[in-house]
Design a protein around this ligand. Sequence first.
Ligand SMILES: O=P(O)(O)OC[C@H]1O[C@H](OP(=O)(O)OP(=O)(O)O)[C@H](O)[C@@H]1O
Ligand SMILES: O=c1cc[nH]c(=O)[nH]1
Ligand SMILES: [Mg+2]
Length: 210
Amino acid sequence: MTYALNLINHPLIQHKLSLMRDESTSTGSFRKLLREISQMLAYEATRDLPIELVTIRTPLVEMSAPKIRGKKLCLVSILRAGNGMLDGMLDVLPAARVGHVGLYRDPQTLQAVEYYFKVPDDISARLVIVVDPMLATGNSAVAALDKLKAAGASTIKFVCLLAAPEGVATLQAAHPDVQITTAALDQGLNDHGYILPGLGDAGDRMFGTK
Ligand SMILES: O=P(O)(O)OC[C@H]1O[C@H](OP(=O)(O)OP(=O)(O)O)[C@H](O)[C@@H]1O
Ligand SMILES: O=c1cc[nH]c(=O)[nH]1
Ligand SMILES: [Mg+2]
């Protein structure tokens, strides 16, 4: 079974995303907006977490109260740009463990090149939420998920800000068990593998490196 794309059409997210796309938006605003949108995407991506009723005492009475049941969380950031989403996700999910996958996209081949990999030892026992703002060709996401599954991860979600149809198709073909949540599905890729209309290079805009 392949998960349907989880496209989040919330007006607040769409408004903030339009500000991020605007080329005149400053580095500081870009970072702040990505953090805010990621808080909301964390909320949407965890909508289906199972809950159980546990007995607690309020200051007045005993009650059966809902709490999240099942696997604990591990957020995984695809460096560098994933770190901009990680901050917002951790605002909402502060107890989550965190892993990092260092990947950059070779500008000629558009293949992902790995330079770092560090995840919690107990990743196989956790629900893994992988974050990267851009799903373009899908090569980086597929490479990250290949490595995470090899390290034992078995329940994985992927959350991004912008997706190209090509990237969604590639990721769903390689990892049909992974649900993709995104704030927008754009038109496609240009000749250099950039998302159109997109927002440019997410890492460079977030860190001011160009
Ligand atoms: O779907 P793909 O075609 O693989 O492209 C998406 C990747 O490109 C960007 O990273 P980049 O390689 O620019 O690295 P950076 O985050 O360090 O800037 C982005 O953050 C994704 O990881
Ligand atoms: O449009 C794109 C594609 C890949 N990486 C980016 O940062 N932006
Ligand atoms: Mg980049």
